[in-house]
Design a protein around this ligand. Structure first.
Ligand code: TIU
Length: 222
């Protein structure tokens, strides 16, 4: 049994049942000209966590632990994109529109790809998801059961949208969830801070948070 120094108290785990889920580290959210910027956001904030997320991924690789990458994207015919999602608000460009990185948030387009620094290695699992949560309309639950995963470390973007939604889905499915606080980011500093606080409040009501360094130390001793 290993343990990771975490908030609000140490996170216990069995190495055999630990997996890393990296949420939506795609060019569409992190680079200019994609979905994130079309919504009016400053994407530079998200670029800062790429090196930390890479350290975390490399740590899991070094220990031979499973890594799952998710991608928020839609089919080219938009049949899996609810009109409510495409039509909401007044973005500069909508899902499926042509942009400098191809059609926005469409599977197979350059913008939907994971940033090259964090590209999945052969054998790592990639889950395409049409929603904010990674369990909705995907094979994630079956995948985790096949892997024997019981405890999940989360990284990725954005903290309060796709990461938090997926952590809550995972929590309700019985997984112990730990968020890598310096390998996740939001377009809004205050939303990230609030999300970290609400996850670990009330005795880890949704899960734990820890730094990447503490997670990697915990893996070494697990
Ligand atoms: N807009 C925003 O903050 N996030 C998303 O739309 N998707 C993810 O968080 N991946």
């Amino acid at each position: 049994m290993g343990v990771i120094a975490a908030e609000p108290f140490p996170f216990p785990f069995e190495a055999r049942s630990l997996a890393l889920i990296v949420i939506d580290m795609q060019r569409d959210f992190i680079e200019r000209g994609g979905f994130g910027e079309s919504l009016g956001n400053d994407v530079a904030r998200l670029q800062r966590i790429v090196p930390t997320t890479r350290r975390l991924i490399e740590g899991f690789r070094a220990h031979g632990l499973p890594i799952i990458h998710t991608m928020e994207c839609h089919r080219p015919d938009l049949s899996d994109c609810p009109p409510a999602k495409r039509d909401r608000g007044a973005p500069l460009a909508r899902i499926g529109d042509a942009g400098p990185m191809g059609r926005i948030l469409i599977a197979g387009e350059p913008g939907a790809a994971i940033v090259p620094e964090l590209a999945p290695a052969p054998g790592e699992i990639v889950i395409e998801k049409p929603g904010k949560g990674a369990f909705y309309a995907t094979p994630l639950q079956e995948t985790l059961q096949r892997l024997g995963a019981r405890a999940l470390v989360f990284a990725g973007v954005t903290t309060e949208v796709c990461v938090q939604t997926t952590m809550r889905e995972a929590n309700d499915r019985g997984y112990d969830c730990l968020l890598a606080e310096d390998a996740t980011e939001s377009y809004f500093a205050e939303f990230k801070a609030a999300t970290l606080a609400m996850i670990r409040a009330q005795g880890a009501i949704v899960g734990w948070t820890a730094t990447t360094s503490h997670i990697l130390e915990g893996l070494l001793n697990g």
